[in-house]
Write a protein that binds this ligand. Structure first.
Ligand SMILES: [Zn+2]
Length: 221
């Protein structure tokens, strides 16, 4: 289970922004990111969820059951570090604890994105391994600390579970070594970053690499 996190100091909100303006920026970032994920087909139906942490520790997150390509401002609500609603109407995403877990583990994390792409779903169901391994791809450089294609990164695959608290206990020990995010088998990806732009870049990078893996399986070695 996620632990409470200390207030975050270095999130990408200009110091001059008041609390209300900071909230507005977070909501705008989430709405734009939802539209971008939708254009790629990574959040079909009402799938996926997106969040953004504010400097006061509140987490702006998409409400349960809404389409991420057509988000309105009132479909973004706020939860605390434990996942309890502190602002807005309705239930937060069913997978809120997977977001708060990431924020608790990584004090610099400011945005978390979760989508249900075809590539992540098909590949993770086809493979029995506990991770996908990527080597030699130029786009590996999108992940933190990577400066060359000549590297190898592991993307953990964890089994799906409708009990999100239990799923958190499976993910927890894997988090410190995660450089790409992770995939829930037959379900989708989780990525994060120290801004919404960084999180989006990593999601796009990861989905590109997953699509490459899927294509490679169609081509005889
Ligand atoms: Zn999901």
């Amino acid at each position: 289970m996620p632990e409470g996190s200390a207030p975050v100091q270095d999130l990408p909100f200009p110091e001059v922004l008041g609390v209300g303006a900071e909230w507005d920026v977070a909501v705008c970032d989430i709405v734009r990111a939802g539209q971008r994920l939708d254009r790629h087909g990574w959040v079909p139906a009402t799938a996926g969820n997106l969040s953004h942490r504010l400097r006061d520790g509140r987490i702006a997150i998409t409400r349960s059951g809404c389409h991420k390509g057509f988000l309105t401002g009132d479909e973004v609500i706020a939860v605390d570090a434990g996942g309890a609603v502190v602002q807005g109407e309705g239930r937060p995403s069913a997978e809120t604890l997977l977001h708060t877990q990431i924020y608790a583990k990584f004090p610099e994390a400011a945005a978390v994105l979760h989508g249900h792409s075809v590539a992540s779903t098909v590949l993770s169901l086809a493979l029995r391994e506990d991770a996908l391994v990527f080597s030699g791809f130029e786009l590996l450089k999108v992940f933190e600390g990577q400066h060359t294609h000549d590297t190898t990164l592991r993307l953990p695959l964890v089994d799906n579970d409708q009990d999100i608290a239990r799923l958190c206990t499976v993910v927890e020990p894997l988090l410190p070594a995660m450089s790409m995010g992770y995939v829930i088998r037959g379900h989708g990806v989780y990525v994060w970053g120290n801004s919404m732009d960084v999180a989006l870049a990593r999601l796009e990078g990861l989905e590109f690499l997953l699509a490459c893996k899927l294509e490679q399986r169609r081509i005889p070695a």
